[in-house]
Design a protein around this ligand. Structure first.
Ligand code: CNA
Length: 260
């Protein structure tokens, strides 16, 4: 089922899909969310692979490449400036708030495994968040390991400079670059959360970055998966329901249908 499309009002079939989602949520004590950059586009943060995403608008795919960063961190800070500015200005959107509402108002056990580095799920009040790719909250010196708040680097980065440390190293945000392992404990917690869930919702991810893309595969037999993503994903054919429209709209409608 692939009801609705971006920008259209809900079709009758789409209302039925929202009802179905609400019913799945009603029947689930424990819900795991696997979220990607599409979760935060409605907060003004561009994703990677949409038509208006970073890759389509001039940011090279090597931006988060560890070897490239080691050779020369300059291009990373030049290209990441816009992304980090957007993250600093962003606030949780209707989708983030709906997930927190399922935890707070619907009494669900909620776990969120996110590829996002923006901390918007945490800001919305979701308690169990597993940031698989780290966050921009902190940065660590590649030379001596000195750790500082990410925000303390913004002025230097905004001025177009590289945040070198006096030891000769450079402050690298604590986010996982391509070529780096994921934080082991966080990945383990995310896997356990998906495996323990009665229902898995996959939101705003093209499911092309590994190992995060493998997470929905850890759901237990019989636990339905729902996909909300504007474009097709490899998981669509296994999903109980697929929505190809705004995460904020779909989740808000589902929470309303629950009446919480
Ligand atoms: P991606 O590959 O860019 O995929 C995003 C998906 O979301 C696309 O398939 C879009 O069609 C879909 N999408 C975009 N907006 C919406 C919306 N409002 N409603 C429904 N669907 C939507 O991003 P992934 O997360 O799959 O790729 C993983 C990368 C992106 C991770 O390493 C992240 O760290 C990285 N990233 C994170 C952020 C952030 O923290 N907000 C921003 C940009 C990139």
């Amino acid at each position: 089922m692939t009801p609705g499309s971006p920008g259209t009002s809900p079709l009758p079939s789409d209302r039925a899909a929202v009802e179905r989602l609400a019913e799945l949520i009603r029947g689930a004590g424990r819900i795991a969310f696997v979220t990607g950059a599409g979760m935060s586009t409605e907060s003004g943060i561009p994703d990677f692979r949409s038509a208006t995403g970073l890759y389509a608008t001039g940011t090279p795919e090597s931006i988060f490449d560890l070897d490239a960063f080691r050779r020369d961190p300059g291009p990373f800070f030049r290209y990441a400036r816009g992304l980090f500015e957007a993250i600093l200005a962003a606030r949780p959107n209707a989708g983030h708030r709906a997930i927190a509402a399922l935890q707070d108002r619907a009494g669900k056990e909620v776990d969120v495994a996110t590829q996002n580095i923006d901390t918007l799920h945490q800001q919305a009040g979701t308690r169990r968040v597993y940031p698989l790719h780290g966050t921009v909250e902190w940065a660590t010196c590649t030379g001596c390991g000195d750790r500082v708040a990410g925000e303390s680097l913004w002025d230097v980065v905004r001025a177009g400079r590289v945040p070198w440390h006096s030891c000769g190293g450079v402050y690298k945000p604590d986010v996982v670059f391509f070529g780096e392992p994921l934080p082991e404990k966080t990945l383990w917690q995310a896997r356990c959360a998906v495996a323990a869930a009665d229902l898995v919702l996959v939101l705003g991810t093209s499911l092309t970055v590994y190992p995060a893309a493998l997470l929905p595969g850890f759901r237990r037999r019989g636990a339905p998966v729902v996909v909300v993503n504007r474009t097709e994903t490899p998981l669509d054919r296994e999903a109980a329901v697929v929505f190809r429209r705004s995460i904020g709209e779909v989740l808000t409608e589902a929470v309303e249908a629950l009446g919480v």
